[in-house]
Write a protein that binds this ligand. Structure first.
Ligand SMILES: Nc1ncnc2c1ncn2[C@@H]1O[C@H](COP(=O)(O)OP(=O)(O)OP(=O)(O)O)[C@@H](O)[C@H]1O
Ligand SMILES: [Mg+2]
Length: 227
């Protein structure tokens, strides 16, 4: 059985429990909001633990000794999840303003000058051989990505569409910071629109390594030429 078939089998099982009682929906949302925020931020080096993330999301800026930036990153990511959830069911397409809104939320109070703005410098991704496109090409590459998405959004399986969108986005690396977090938020908007729960890339060493290695493999010319 392919991975996609297995995912759909699990979704069918999950769908049998629908509609869930409102208290269960509320509880699940709280659980995944904390986990998604913790893991996505930890992948990028945020040192808040799962329980510290929970305290920040529930109490605000409170944790003594932890950098203010890290606490803003947690609060901002949770707000970005709220924004993603608000889009669900509205059939809003992914477009440039949606992408920039997500990025603005992530970078708020951290780097307001660059929040919601494509990069104006050339970048390397640390630990990777992939050289993202020249900054002057970013606008055009993003337009092409959105055209590709429009063309394929009714053709591809939502999980394939989400995975490819995520890869193409981080390959372009449109922002000077916050690319990974923005990509993992956008990646989940697609399947969530179709009733799938969010996929959380875990920050533990094994999963993080597999995540980076898979992106590195995909970034090699051979695979890109197949897309
Ligand atoms: N070989 C690769 N090809 C394409 N993208 C990659 C590759 N390796 C890592 N990435 C993506 O780039 C992200 C890390 O890039 P970088 O260190 O520049 O982080 P960032 O742009 O600061 O974003 P943020 O801090 O939110 O993730 C990873 O989370 C991953 O999504
Ligand atoms: Mg970063």
């Amino acid at each position: 059985m392919s991975t996609i078939q297995r995912i759909d089998q699990l979704k069918q099982e999950l769908d049998q429990y629908l509609p869930l009682p409102p208290e269960a929906v509320k509880n699940l949302r709280e659980v995944y909001k904390i986990e998604w925020t913790y893991h996505s931020n930890a992948i990028e080096g945020n040192t808040l633990s799962l329980v510290e993330t929970k305290v920040v999301l529930e109490e605000g800026l409170t944790i003594g000794g932890k950098q203010l930036r890290e606490q803003f990153e947690a609060l901002n990511h949770a707000e970005a999840i709220d924004y993603i959830e608000e889009q669900i069911g509205k059939e809003v397409p992914i477009d440039e303003s949606l992408i920039k809104n997500i990025h603005s939320l992530i970078m708020k109070n951290i780097d307001d000058a660059n929040a919601g703005a494509y990069r104006s410098i050339n970048m390397r991704i640390s630990g990777s051989e992939h050289q993202p496109p020249h900054f002057l090409q970013v606008q055009q590459e993003m337009k092409e990505l959105l055209r590709w998405y429009e063309k394929n959004r009714k053709e591809l399986h939502p999980v394939d569409l989400a995975a490819l969108f995520h890869f193409k986005f981080v390959y372009i690396h449109p922002f000077s910071d916050g690319n990974g977090r923005a990509a993992r938020l956008l990646m989940n908007l697609i399947p969530m629109e179709f009733g799938y729960p969010p996929a959380i890339v875990k920050a533990d060493k094994d999963q993080r390594l597999k995540y980076y290695q898979t992106l590195e493999m995909a970034a090699s010319k051979i695979i890109v030429s197949l897309l």
